[in-house]
Design a protein around this ligand. Sequence first.
Ligand code: GDP
Ligand code: MG
Length: 724
Amino acid sequence: MTDNMIAFAGNPNAGKTTLFNTITGSRQHVGNYPGITVERKEGSVQYKDNKLNIIDLPGCYSLTAYTQEELVARQVLVDERPSLVVNVVDATKLERHLYLTVQFLELGIPVILALNMMDDVRSKGITIDIPALSQALDCPAISTVARSGEGKDQLLDQIIDTSSARAGKWKPLKLSYGPDIDPALDKMEQIIADNAFLTDRYPARWVAIKYLEGDENLHEQGEQSAETSQQLIKIADDLQVHCQKTLNSFPEAIIADYRYGFIHSLLRKGVITMPSVESRLDITDNLDKVLTHKVLGPSLMMFLLYAMFQVTFALGDYPMQLLEAIFGFMADSATAIIPEGHLQSLIVSGIIDGVGGVLSFVPLIMIMFVMIAFLEDSGYMARVAYMMDKVFRIFGLHGSSVMPFIISGGIAGGCAVPGVMAARTLRSPREKLATILTAPFMPCGAKIPVFLLLIGAFFADHRPLIMFSITLTAWVMALIVAKLLRSTLIRGESTPFVMELPPYRWPTVQGVMIHTWERTWEYIKKAGTVILAISILLWVAMTFPSQTADQVAVFDSQREVLEQQLSQSTDPDRNQTVTAQLEQLGQQQSMEALKNSTAGRMGVMLEPISQLAGFNWRTNIALIGGVAAKEVIVSTLGTAYSIGDSDAGESTSLAMRIAKDPTWSKSAAISAILFVLLYAPCFVTIVVMARESSWKWACFALIFNTTIAFALATLVYQIGIRIA
Ligand code: GDP
Ligand code: MG
């Protein structure tokens, strides 16, 4: 019995993952490559006495390190030395997909070509002469239909044959790149071989080609033998100047031309026969006439995205409420079982409420990801990106940034946690980062109650108008800030929209389910670890230092007096008043305790500054708590304002209480709305941001967003109180 590592590689949308799922079934493991957010998927299969460990490499178009995915794919091949690569290609786009194949062959690693989507090939009336192709490329080729499992056994047989025949030995293919490049390549190859420069990892000629292509990652690796590296760079630079002068082109482009030329001529030699006339109307083309139509396309897209978002929240509400009820029940039980004190408070407020608050989002996230996976697998998502690309590009974003924005609350009421996670569909790290950093500006569902509260208190007559302006402000700010970041801190070329539009397909149930579960599971894992830790930390900040014995004694004695009155009096009216006073006393005590805690002291301490934007210390505590979860803002304000109210008998709404408070005003309300809209993301979002980018950027968002929010809030408030 042998233990074999096999890598699945190919262009995005070739059907790699589908094939991988078909072959490995449920025996899969998903993780991340260390330090970056590219997913690492591994699985295994037992086949005829052989155990095959399969790794599904990220999709890539080339092996030059243009993107993280390409770099990762290459590193796995070189460092982990799988015994062979199964190169999955979309056989309906053979010419384009073989470009990557040629690069595997040039690297020399044993390759098996999986000609996937053969069902589409047949239905389009194309014929492919597989033996001829296999012979021309000098590598085995198997036809497959990943979705139905056709060709699976032949592929597995071939894997076993090839891995024993080649025994992992690399055999680089040598292509000619024409009279200008070849001499330079030969010279470089010689230098590389003589100095054993990186030859423990790569074939000599391949290193030379990468130097000509200006591969930065390889330059970095070469720095250890700086002298050789310099020599190679010099030759590459000279050649570049030469090519520029003689051919008005770059070595990189010429190399690509020759590769395509090689593929083209090979396919022409009777390998592919296209149908003489377009035998069948192409469904994809017809669909695209409508779905990406200039006017119809964007309108349909808006409708679809809006509907999807409505469905997510409509369907998600029930299971979410159920989970909340379950956690509520757990909290109640814990309260009943554990004696009152810090332990009870830690378990109930810190752990159950904290982690429960996070886990109750799971249904929402699952439903949303089912729909995203469906749109992605069907090929529609690529069209959305394609349509939005022109506009978003102006702001340094990418067409695929739309989805994260909308999910985060771009149409009001989303959530930045899944929104930030949805930014995974972005392939370029810079645009992904800009999207992640700006998506939390959107008016998420937890901010809405704050807006409704303040609008109710001060602008009750203009609800729709103000809500609309808030949403508009969020988009405008997100785009402006994205532009700002992309022209300063995350400056850099935007990635060209190379993504080709894949044909429309019905997604498979298995594919959608696996995609959904992978993402959901990652979220659940987080709740159990990082979020648990942070919940506890926040609980500590809002609990300690606790009140001194003296402070507690004051409340206790007051409570005793009231309780005594209650036990002695029989007048029901009187009793009601006393009960209300008791309740008020309790709230006052918790408010005092909160004011005394670390978070409370911060609120008081910040008051001199926060007053610039019109926030008093109570608002400050609410806003600090809002970093834990935006929902906390309203509840904390609620506690804060239920106290100083003398006529506790009449229940007045929080909005009315705030409206009556002289430290509030219309200007303060607008300022607070702006601040809540834009300031630090809540901590779950921050954790997710850190996971999707890095802690450095997550902390940046915390500080940067709060600064922008405060500056804007202050500006508006200061102008407001002067003109009001
Ligand atoms: P990857 O990007 O290479 O991992 O591609 P996926 O496995 O995600 O597949 C992309 C799309 O092609 C999905 O919608 C699959 O259902 C579909 N697909 C995969 N293999 C086949 C196939 O053999 N025939 C057809 N018609 N569709 C396929
Ligand atoms: Mg895939």
